[in-house]
Design a protein around this ligand. Structure first.
Ligand code: FES
Length: 105
């Protein structure tokens, strides 16, 4: 499943991700910089923040109940913000584009 990560400076990383991994795990495994994931995917650190490309927002869906408060404390939060550890990769997300914030908080 192809996922494109775009760094804050515009650098693109196209990754061939495994279904079942999260968008965060695929970034870490493929050495994409810009995702810290301090909590290792437990939805409790907020340092795996990404902006989902507008065209993909519907496919990816809304933040979950426990994700919402973590996003809310982020000063850079936007309408398309998600925690990448909470997005599971599947065939439906083939071609997904996410943008990385300048810093992880
Ligand atoms: Fe910590 Fe996603 S890795 S919230």
């Amino acid at each position: 499943t192809r996922i494109t990560y775009i760094e804050h400076d515009g650098t693109e990383h196209v990754v061939d991700a495994s279904n079942g991994d999260s968008v965060m795990e695929a970034a870490i495994k493929n050495l994409v910089p810009g995702i810290d994931a301090d909590c290792g995917g437990a939805c409790s650190c907020g340092t795996c923040h990404v902006f989902v490309d507008e065209a993909w927002q519907q496919a990816v869906g809304e933040p979950g109940e426990f994700e919402e408060p973590m996003l809310d404390i982020n000063p850079e939060r936007g309408a398309n913000s998600r925690l990448s550890c909470q997005i599971d990769i599947s065939d439906e997300l083939d071609g997904l584009v996410v943008r990385l914030p300048e810093y992880q908080f």
